[in-house]
Design a protein around this ligand. Structure first.
Ligand SMILES: [Zn+2]
Length: 357
C-alpha cells in the first residue's frame, strides 16, 4: 500500500493567552516533557529576574540560568552547563535573542526545549533556525524546533512596543518570500512545498487586513499564531525558504553594510515592501499589493522608507545591490533582476516617490 500521508515535526503544544506562564508546570507534566521535574530555565537580561521569580513556584525543582547575549559563545556556554546538569528539558523564556540562544544550547545538549515568548519580535519563537552573533557578524544555524510554545500575552503587553510591532514586519515578509519561491520554481525549477507555502502565506494573509494593532489581545493572538505558523512552515520545508526571500536578503545586507539601523522584523517589512515594488515595476504585477503591504506597515508604525531606518536612498540602493551575496544559492526577485547600481538607484528613488506619500 502506498504511503498516503507524510509525517511532520510539530510542537506538542501551543498556548497563546494571558497568564500562560503560570501553567508551565502542568504543561511539562501533562505532556510528559519532564516527568521527574529536573528542568533548567534560561532567562535573558531584560525581565529575566522577574520572570524567574514568577515561574519558580510552578516548577518544583528548576535551576535558573542567565543568558547574557545571543552569541554562539553564549549559546555554547549554556549548552555545556545544560549537559553537565542532566536536565530533562530546558525552558527558554524571553525575547528572540534568549530563545535563539536556548534553542541552540538545547540542541547541543540533546534535550527538548520549551519556548516561552515574552515578546513577538520575530518568527524564531517556533522555528528550527537560531540567529546568533559570531566574530564575523550574524549567522543562521539549524536547530531542533521547540517541543512546546507558550506565549504569555501579559508579558507581551509589558514588552517594548517597538519589539512587538516588528513581528508584524517579519510575518508580512512571508508574502514576499513565497512570491520569490514561486518565481524560483518557475525560473529555476526549484522544488516547492505547497503545504509549507500555504502555512507561511496564510499567516501573513490573516494579519494584513487586521484593523487593530498591538494593544489588542485578539490582534496579538493572530500575530503570535502567525509567527508560530511561519516557524512550522520552515520546519516542514526543511529550510527558511517560506519566510525568507529577497526581503531577508535586503535585511541581511543592511545589517552587514550599515549595522544597527533597525531590528530584524522592521527591516524584513521594508525589504518586503521594496521587493513588491520591484515586482510591480519590472514584472508588471498588480501595484495594489505593494500599496496594501505599505498601508499595513504604516498602520503599525513600522518603517517603510530608507530614511525611516536612518539610511539615504543611495545607501539603501547599495544594500539592494549587495543583497544577493548575503544568501548564495537562494533565487529571488533580486537574483532574477540582478540590478546594477544605476538601475537600483532609480528603482529606490521611484519607490520613495510613489510610496513616500
Ligand atoms: Zn525573519
Amino acid at each position: 500500500m502506498p504511503l498516503l500521508a507524510r509525517m511532520l515535526t510539530a510542537p506538542l503544544s501551543i498556548d497563546v493567552r494571558r497568564g500562560a506562564i503560570a501553567a508551565l508546570g502542568e504543561l511539562l507534566a501533562d505532556r510528559r516533557i519532564a516527568t521527574e521535574g529536573r528542568v533548567a530555565v534560561a532567562v535573558g537580561r531584560g525581565q529575566g529576574d522577574q520572570i524567574a521569580e514568577h515561574v519558580r513556584p510552578t516548577l518544583q525543582d528548576c535551576e535558573v540560568f542567565r543568558v547574557d547575549g545571543a552569541s554562539v559563545d553564549d549559546a555554547v556556554g549554556l549548552g555545556s552547563r545544560l549537559r553537565g546538569g542532566s536536565y530533562e528539558a530546558v525552558i527558554g523564556i524571553g525575547g528572540g535573542r534568549t530563545i535563539d540562544a536556548t534553542k541552540y544550547a538545547a540542541t547541543l545538549a540533546g534535550i527538548p526545549m520549551v519556548s516561552v515568548a515574552t515578546n513577538l519580535s520575530h518568527d524564531g519563537i517556533c522555528s528550527p533556525v537560531a540567529s546568533l552573533e559570531h566574530e564575523h557578524g550574524k549567522g543562521s544555524f539549524g536547530v531542533v524546533m521547540p517541543i512546546a510554545v507558550v506565549v504569555d500575552l501579559d508579558y507581551v503587553h509589558a514588552a517594548p512596543k517597538r519589539l512587538v510591532r516588528s513581528g508584524v514586519g517579519d510575518v508580512l515578509s512571508n508574502l514576499s518570500a513565497v512570491a520569490d519561491w514561486e518565481l524560483s520554481h518557475r525560473e529555476q525549477g526549484d522544488p516547492i512545498d505547497r503545504l509549507a507555502l500555504t502555512l507561511a502565506r496564510n499567516a501573513a494573509e490573516a494579519l494584513i487586513f487586521q484593523p487593530e494593532s498591538i494593544g489588542s489581545d485578539r490582534f496579538l493572538t493572530v500575530l503570535a499564531e502567525g509567527l508560530v505558523l511561519s516557524g512550522m512552515a520552515m520546519s516542514f520545508a526543511g529550510s527558511s525558504r517560506p519566510a525568507s526571500g529577497g526581503d531577508h536578503e535586503i535585511l541581511h545586507s543592511v545589517d552587514q553594510l550599515f549595522p544597527g539601523t533597525a531590528n530584524h522584523g522592521e527591516l524584513a517589512g521594508v525589504g518586503a515592501a521594496f521587493c513588491f515594488f520591484l515586482r510591480h515595476e519590472f514584472l508588471d504585477e498588480d501595484p495594489a499589493r505593494t500599496r496594501t503591504i505599505a498601508d499595513c506597515l504604516r498602520r503599525h508604525r513600522l518603517p517603510l522608507l530608507p530614511k525611516d531606518i536612518g539610511l539615504s536612498d543611495e545607501q539603501f540602493a547599495r544594500a539592494v545591490v549587495h543583497a544577493p551575496q548575503t544568501r548564495p544559492g537562494r533565487y529571488t526577485i533580486l537574483e532574477y533582476l540582478s540590478l546594477d547600481e544605476s538601475t537600483a538607484g532609480k528603482a529606490v528613488s521611484e519607490y520613495v516617490r510613489v510610496i513616500g506619500h
